[in-house]
Ligand binder design. Structure first.
Ligand code: GLC
Length: 620
């Protein structure tokens, strides 16, 4: 029995009960109330009073759409204010609040932030991922948030993609297994009230197969989070882009249907079987046809062939990319099978446009009723009508030690040991001296990466947690002298048997993380060489959202550990450096020798083997 069926059974709700309640509500609803339910607005662009006035079905916080101050209590107050307004409407249909809790409740200061999906892919541990889902659900419900836009079940095929780290692996089967595990954890029983939250499998479909473009996307949806909405939300704004950015994200997957069905569809089948009730459409295209307007893939395949009876939600302003004319955008998307539109700013424009399309016969009433039926079905199955407000007592557990222990275990299981010459690892806890270098050795923001407190993520003490350096200090003996230098510029006489260099990518999200070249930066190489010159054994730790080109530097390195983006509990790194736990992680992607072996198709055609195959990892 799926988590969803179990959850409904436990609430005493049969499918027939749900169908009757939907029919009763639908028969009473006006067109305004129906269109309102199909409208999702970002939290800085609407007031609670307007939620009631326009019968809004959902409000979201985009990446970084945090209340000020950003505290769990303030999050709860913000979300409850919107919900209480929705419950004041004539039919008291609760709204559902959504966030990108993609590695914990990662927008909220003080919440536990887990390793990004690529690290969980290295763990290959479905039970761990399910437990992460349960902890995340508890922390979401503490703030009365009932929907997370996770898991990403992308199957990244090109490491240059800025969303590679949001994917578990290039192995479709592993993606499906871990994505389904997160769905079970999120939507199953997570606390006394026997309830979970809504999961959302995204981005449907084949977003990970988009090919590299020689020019950036001409127009980008405006920045997310707390920025002021643009004047005219019907037309996307151009955003000044640095070289290399937005060259692959939201691109075109030029693959045949057999490949789409073999590689990119199965994770959705697994997520739906596990109980996923929502799916987010992808910005990307399939053979030059935008997914948001793709009736065959959205309606015939996902809803028809796969039998998906939940709701399909758009991505952020994504329908605006369908056509120069906004009414055509709305008509194409809703007729293709979109049920809820993440507007996210100008909800009046969207509502009036969709109503006009129905009145003019461009969108059939039956399509509207089907979309609203799906939305009501999801809200009823979630139990939102019975319990529209999350349990306040859960606030005490948000960020608690027990939750952090799960995250620390996840960090341990995510690390991959790629080289360990001269048995450099594990380190003795009583080493007389250690040199540690690198900004990312002591920076919570850098170790979390994108989608952490803010949309793009940022360096600094952005939230509470433990850095790699703090973990090393705690694990080493009191007699060990630990020299730390963010840039490797140690005092002239500084020298030790062991040096640890922590290299890192600057945080990024989405297309801002697209890169033409994955080689180490000059800063990373300088840091590595500075430490190399002062130690007998050099340990390199990579903080990265993807494999990097490190072939040239490899001979300088005695032990190489990839920590991916570990999140707030980076003391898990020291647990393995000092041998308290063994290395068990395995590469979720093959590690290319050079840029000539990217994308995956180039690697498969290459005469040379990669540096390390997917599935590789030493055990110490
Ligand atoms: C973003 C992302 C999507 C996210 C949504 C809401 O642009 O593509 O993954 O869930 O907007 O923040």
């Amino acid at each position: 029995m799926t988590a969803r069926a179990e959850s409904k059974r436990q609430r005493g709700l049969s499918d027939a009960d749900i169908a009757r309640k939907i029919d009763r509500l639908l028969s009473q609803m006006t067109l305004e109330e129906k269109v309102g339910q199909m409208t999702m607005v970002e939290n800085n662009s609407i007031t609670p009073a307007q939620v009631a006035e326009f019968f809004i079905g959902s409000v979201l916080s985009g990446g970084g759409g945090n209340p000020t101050p950003n505290t769990p209590e303030n999050w709860r107050a913000m979300v409850c204010a919107f919900q209480e307004a929705a419950l004041e409407t004539r039919l008291a249909i609760p709204l559902v609040y959504g966030v990108d809790a993609v590695h914990g409740h990662n927008n909220v200061k003080g919440a536990v932030i887990f390793p990004q999906n690529i690290g969980l892919g290295a763990s290959r541990d479905a039970d761990l991922v399910e437990r992460i889902g349960r902890v995340t659900a508890r922390e979401l419900l503490a703030t009365s948030v009932h929907w997370t836009f996770a898991p990403s079940v992308s199957v990244p095929q090109d490491l240059r993609w800025g969303r590679t780290y949001e994917g578990y692996s290039a192995n479709s089967q592993l993606v499906g297994a871990l994505g389904a595990a997160l769905v079970r954890g999120l939507s199953g029983r997570c606390c006394d009230e026997d309830r979970g939250v809504l999961a959302c499998a995204k981005h449907y479909v084949a977003d990970g197969a988009a090919r590299w473009r020689e020019s950036p996307l001409a127009e980008q949806a405006p920045q997310q989070g707390s920025t002021a909405p643009p004047q005219d939300s019907a037309a996307p704004q151009a955003v000044e882009l640095a070289l290399g950015q937005w060259r692959i994200d939201q691109g075109d997957a030029c693959i045949d249907e057999a490949s789409l069905r073999q590689t990119h569809l199965p994770p959705y089948q697994a997520a739906i079987a596990a109980g996923a009730l929502t799916v987010m459409a992808s910005y990307s295209s399939w053979n030059d046809e935008k997914l948001h307007g793709h009736r065959y893939l959205l309606s015939d395949v996902l809803k028809g062939e796969l039998g998906f009876d939940g709701l399909i939600v758009t991505d952020w302003m994504a329908i605006n990319q369908l056509d120069p004319d906004y009414q055509q955008c709305v008509v194409q998307a809703v007729n293709a099978g979109i049920d809820m539109v993440m507007v996210p700013y100008d909800f009046r424009c969207f509502i009036s446009t969709l109503k006009r399309a129905v009145q003019q016969g461009d969108v059939a009433q039956e399509r509207i009723d089907d979309a609203v039926r799906r939305i009501l079905r999801v809200k009823l199955a979630l139990g939102l009508f019975d319990q529209p407000i999350g349990d306040a007592s859960l606030l005490q557990s948000l960020g608690c030690a027990a939750h952090r222990q799960v995250a620390r275990e996840a960090v341990r299981k995510s690390l991959v040991l790629l080289k360990n010459d001269r048995r450099s690892l594990p380190l003795p806890k009583d080493a007389p001296r250690l040199l540690v270098a690198g900004r990312a050795a002591d920076d919570i923001g850098l170790q979390c990466g994108g989608w952490s407190i803010s949309w793009q993520g940022e360096a600094g003490a952005t939230t509470s947690g433990t850095t790699i350096l703090e973990g090393i200090r705690a694990a080493a003996s009191d007699s060990t002298v630990i020299d730390y230098s963010p840039d490797g510029q140690f005092a002239d006489d500084a020298r030790a048997a062991v040096g640890i260099a922590v290299l890192h990518e600057e945080p990024y999200a989405e297309g801002f993380g697209d890169r033409a070249d994955l080689a180490l930066s000059s800063d990373e190489i300088d840091l590595l060489q500075r430490v190399r010159a002062r130690c007998d054994q050099l340990i390199v730790i990579l903080i990265t959202g993807r494999p990097r080109i490190i072939t040239e530097q490899l001979p300088l390195i005695d032990a190489l550990v990839v920590a991916w983006l570990p999140g707030t509990e980076a003391n898990g790194v020291a647990d393995l450096l000092f041998g308290d736990f063994p290395f068990t992680g395995k590469l979720p992607f093959s590690w290319p020798r050079s840029m000539d072996q990217i994308p995956l198709a180039a690697l498969e055609a290459s005469a040379e083997a990669p540096l390390w195959e997917c599935g590789y990892g030493l055990t110490s």
